[in-house]
Design a protein around this ligand. Structure first.
Ligand SMILES: O=C(O)[C@H]1O[C@H](OP(=O)(O)OP(=O)(O)OC[C@H]2O[C@@H](n3ccc(=O)[nH]c3=O)[C@H](O)[C@@H]2O)[C@H](O)[C@@H](O)[C@H]1O
Length: 436
């Protein structure tokens, strides 16, 4: 009895401290998981970023960036809010708009889907071109309302999105967060702005999904998406219809076809193939059933920029004000492709020639990862209505990309520099010299 009392007396405090220790470990684990899960880390960072905006100096920078230079174009100057401005297409479009005299304000959350140092490098480029990029998330209504309070934007070029077809299997919620919730938030703010802006936004060739009729026309069915990415873009097109119908917003969706070029996205095949070929690392080339080739209608960035500018210039005015529709408004969707699909194996051959390095290839059946076998755009509608006319073939475009890569990812030891084999470095240096 005495012994058991003794044990009891000493076990109690021991048990309590053990419980406290385990509780602490449990709480620490929850905090760790919260801040390190992909979806929450994005939203946490976006919330943190909101503190970076506001104040008289910030407003002055926004207004200065939104101011256009007088130019003699037929459309007067636009004042454009570009979301996803530090992204690949966003950077090119912003520089082009500013270059021709329009006012541009960028918005980007600098998330870590791929190395943010590349986005920071693009931000520097934008800054040199007079484009101020506001750090914030498209889901932040307060920030968006504030931007419209400071500047009566005539247009919104909505390019912020969670990109990538295969990543949707790893982090589905990021697609819902950016491509659906984010889009709705942007449209909500646009609908209540006075005046309402016209909106041009990035849809995707992936909406054609399992469609087998080629070339893909805007009239073809888009109800068989093969990935969650495609499904969110398709949902975006339906959401656009709703906001056009209820609030009189003028909305143009652009279905981009595998856009590539300088300042591109490192998660895309042409980019990481280049990096891996130079490193001597094996690359995987997917093939379809019965060894069918997989092909893409690769479209060069400058052609896409022309299509985006054409869409902005021809966008009709939104008809509503303060959330009330006053009449029917324009609702459009266009394919922006190259009209000449190229096999992925051919893309690799071009890269091998440009890099002067033989790729170590592994050919594998295409996994069930959301990819489709081929894409091929019919662009007659964009040609007719936007004056869109792609002029760069894959060989020419990849040469420009490799040149950019050699200057920015090899020679300079920036934080996004990529180590490469000596032979590869020498060959891309040659290309770089050859191109001046
Ligand atoms: O048009 C679009 O709307 C989309 O274009 C882009 O998607 P995709 O056309 O899938 O480009 P990308 O990943 O470069 O793969 C290219 C090819 O390489 C094949 N591929 C890929 C990886 C690999 O390891 N091996 C391989 O063969 C692969 O099977 C494919 O055939 C954008 O990323 C996307 O955000 C969206 O904008």
């Amino acid at each position: 009895m005495e012994k058991s009392l003794y044990v009891h007396r000493y076990r109690w405090p021991f048990a309590i401290s053990k419980l406290a220790l385990w509780s602490l470990i449990f709480i620490a684990l929850i905090i760790f998981l919260f801040f390190h899960s992909p979806s929450s880390s994005y939203s946490y960072r976006s919330r943190r970023l909101t503190s970076n905006w506001g104040g008289p100096d910030w407003e002055k920078r926004v207004q200065r960036s939104a101011r256009g230079r007088f130019h003699t174009g037929s459309h007067g100057h636009l004042s454009v809010l570009v979301t996803g401005a530090a992204g690949f297409v966003g950077t090119h479009v912003s520089v082009a708009l500013k270059g021709r005299g329009d006012g541009v304000v960028g918005l980007d959350n600098f998330n870590e889907y791929y190395d943010p140092s590349l986005k920071r490098a693009r931000q520097k480029l934008l800054d040199r071109n007079g484009v101020f990029v506001v750090e914030g998330d498209i889901n932040d209504s307060n920030l968006l309302h504030k931007l419209f309070d400071v500047v009566p934007f005539t247009h919104v070029m909505h390019l912020a999105a969670q990109a990538g077809v295969r990543y949707a299997m790893k982090n589905p919620s990021s697609y819902v967060h950016s491509n659906i919730a984010g889009l709705v938030n942007v449209l909500e703010v646009c609908k209540s702005a006075n005046p309402q802006p016209a909106i041009v936004w990035a849809s995707s060739s992936s909406v054609y999904g399992l469609n087998s009729k080629v070339p893909f026309s805007e009239k073809d069915r888009t109800d068989q998406p093969a990935s969650l990415y495609a499904a969110t873009k398709k949902a975006g097109e339906e959401i656009a219809h709703t906001y056009n119908h209820i609030y009189g917003l003028s909305i143009t969706g652009l279905r981009f076809f595998t856009v590539y070029g300088p300042w591109g996205r490192p998660d895309m095949a042409y980019f990481f193939f280049t990096k891996d070929i130079l490193k001597g690392k094996a690359i995987t080339i997917f093939e379809g059933p019965n060894h069918a080739s997989v092909a893409r209608d690769f479209t060069y960035i400058d052609d896409i920029v022309n299509g985006c500018l054409g869409a902005l210039d021809t966008a009709g005015k939104s008809t509503g004000s303060g959330g009330k529709k006053k009449g029917a408004a324009q609702l459009r969707v266009f394919n922006l492709g190259n009209t000449s699909p190229v096999r992925v194996s051919q893309l690799v051959s071009i890269l091998e020639k440009l890099l002067m390095v033989k790729a170590k290839k592994i050919v594998l059946p295409m996994p069930r990862n959301g990819d489709v076998l081929f894409t091929h755009a019919n662009i007659s509608s964009a040609q007719r209505e936007l004056g869109y006319k792609p002029t760069t073939d894959l060989q020419t475009g990849l040469k420009k990309f490799v040149r950019w890569f050699s200057i920015n990812c090899l020679r300079e030891s920036r934080s996004f520099a990529i180590s490469a084999s000596d032979a590869g470095v020498r060959s891309v240096m040659l290309i770089s010299k050859e191109n001046g």
